[in-house]
Write a protein that binds this ligand. Structure first.
Ligand SMILES: *Cc1c(COP(=O)(O)O)cnc(C)c1O
Length: 229
């Protein structure tokens, strides 16, 4: 029962927040590769915010579940040639990491829609394999986003390296918190620090995450992606 998994997950988030003397974070249910029936079941249990990684998969699901008025977040890498679709179908894009995307998302967000909520993805561990901007690039990117009336800068997102040494993960979370505090001091609309997944949410919450992205711990193991080709 996904309703049980949802209430257990919310309880775990609250316990982690209590233990760290922090407010409980918002829960983003990461539904990539999960069927629409599972999303509808969680929505019926009260979950509103869902995270998807692939623009085309999300577009189909959002169309199918349109009547439920859910809140959709893009949490996967965004290619510039998909920015037009992403700007129209999502409520949030958490993976803005370069200037080119700022202009494209702003251009394609319809004037009839509310501004698109945007997080800057930061490559906090400077991993060659990961997307995200360098920490030093955050201020300039934030200024560019804030200058676009079709976009609303809400904060930062990161996927720290899954380092087995817990202290090194903590260091990444705490660098994100410092970047976030500096941004929030500059922009009053900034209220979201997106970090923490199924296996490290407690640590992320202890370091000030306001939104955690949980897939496996909520839905169970993900179905395998379709074979390429
Ligand atoms: C898949 C994914 C998650 C969820 O991961 P789980 O370990 O299943 O909780 C969170 N954030 C991002 C960016 C993801 O791609």
């Amino acid at each position: 029962m996904l309703a049980d998994a949802l209430s257990e997950t919310l309880q775990r988030l609250e316990n982690a927040a209590d233990a760290a003397h922090r407010p409980a974070p918002a829960l983003l249910a990461v539904s990539k590769l999960q069927p629409v029936a599972a999303i509808a079941e969680l929505a019926a249990a009260g979950q509103r915010a869902f995270g998807e990684n692939y623009v085309q998969e999300a577009q189909a699901k959002i169309a199918e579940l349109g009547a439920l008025s859910l809140e959709w977040h893009l949490i996967g890498h965004l290619q510039s040639n998909k920015a037009d679709v992403a700007a129209r179908v999502f409520d949030w894009v958490q993976t803005v990491d370069r200037h080119k995307l700022v202009g494209a998302l702003s251009r394609y967000r319809a004037a009839t829609q509310p501004p698109l909520n945007v997080l800057i993805q930061v490559n906090i561990d400077d991993e060659a394999s990961k997307h995200g901007c360098a920490p030093d690039d955050v201020p300039a990117l934030a200024d560019a986003i804030a200058a676009e009336p079709r976009l609303c800068l809400r904060g930062l997102m990161a996927i720290p390296a899954p380092h087995p040494d817990i202290a090194l993960r903590a260091a990444a979370f705490s660098r994100m918190k410092a970047l976030y505090d500096a941004l929030a001091a500059r922009y009053p609309q900034v209220d979201t620090l997106s970090m923490g997944m199924s296996d490290d949410y407690a640590q992320a919450i202890a370091h000030g995450a306001t939104l955690v992205r949980i897939g496996t711990a909520l839905f169970g193991a993900r179905p395998a992606p379709p074979a390429a080709g």
